[in-house]
Design a protein around this ligand. Structure first.
Ligand code: SF4
Length: 217
């Protein structure tokens, strides 16, 4: 069996060379060691790299307002970026008229093998989806009936906990799920980490303090 690092690098190379989606021919997949640790406590799955964010910086959720919002929510959990891995349902940035657009169903289907392989390699104990597209994309791996009505709760899925969350984009934060509500949604991740006694750089005490912080926001 290939060493994890080697296997991941091979997967990243395959993604970099992939041109399966006609609309995304000029884009490059965002998948590398910059996505996070290969031993994540939590794997976050978003929709697709953003034009001003990951497609430019090559780091998921870095460089745009979605990334700034995400960092705020992540900090409230007591987790650091060194403890997580961030990827997307579609690894290349879909855009039209110089604006981000949703990936279409075929693009999500095309990219499913990459998503599945990332989960199989990294074996995250918790997966948190950011938005409806990411949540729906997991149905291709193991069917589920979850929707954004189930946000902020934990479910058993594919041998791990699945936590549906809203996307941290300014469009969502300003119109659908405000920052203080999203902060509370992230609390379930803290609860899982505390009950599963995960050892990491941050102590359970820190996470408990962060939970209290979330509750008073
Ligand atoms: S989105 Fe995924 S399947 Fe489509 S071209 Fe990029 S890497 Fe390939």
């Amino acid at each position: 069996m290939l060493e994890l690092k080697t296997a991941f690098e091979q997967l990243a190379s395959q993604a970099a060379e992939c041109r399966l989606c006609p609309r995304l021919q000029d884009r490059r997949a965002v998948l590398s060691h910059l996505n996070g640790t290969l031993h994540p406590l939590v794997m976050f799955i978003g929709e697709a790299p953003g034009q001003k964010g990951a497609d430019r910086t090559r780091i998921p959720l870095v460089g745009d307002i979605s990334g700034r919002n995400f960092d705020l929510f992540l900090t409230a959990t007591g987790l650091s970026r060194q403890e997580i891995f961030i990827t997307n349902a579609v690894l290349c940035n879909p855009r039209e008229d110089d604006c981000n657009v949703r990936p279409n169903n075929q693009e999500i289907k095309n990219c499913k093998p990459f998503l599945l392989r990332q989960i199989e390699l990294l074996q995250p104990p918790i997966i948190a989806t950011l938005g409806a597209v990411a949540l729906s994309s997991l149905k291709q791996i193991e069917p589920h009936k979850l929707t954004l009505k189930d946000v902020g709760k934990a479910f058993d899925w594919y041998g791990r906990k699945l936590v549906p969350l809203y996307h941290p984009s300014p469009h969502v934060v300003n119109g659908h799920r405000r920052a203080n509500e999203q902060l509370l949604d992230y609390k379930v991740i803290v609860d899982i980490l505390m009950t599963t006694n995960n050892s990491s750089g941050n102590s359970a005490e820190n996470r408990e303090n962060n939970t209290k912080h979330i509750e008073v926001l």
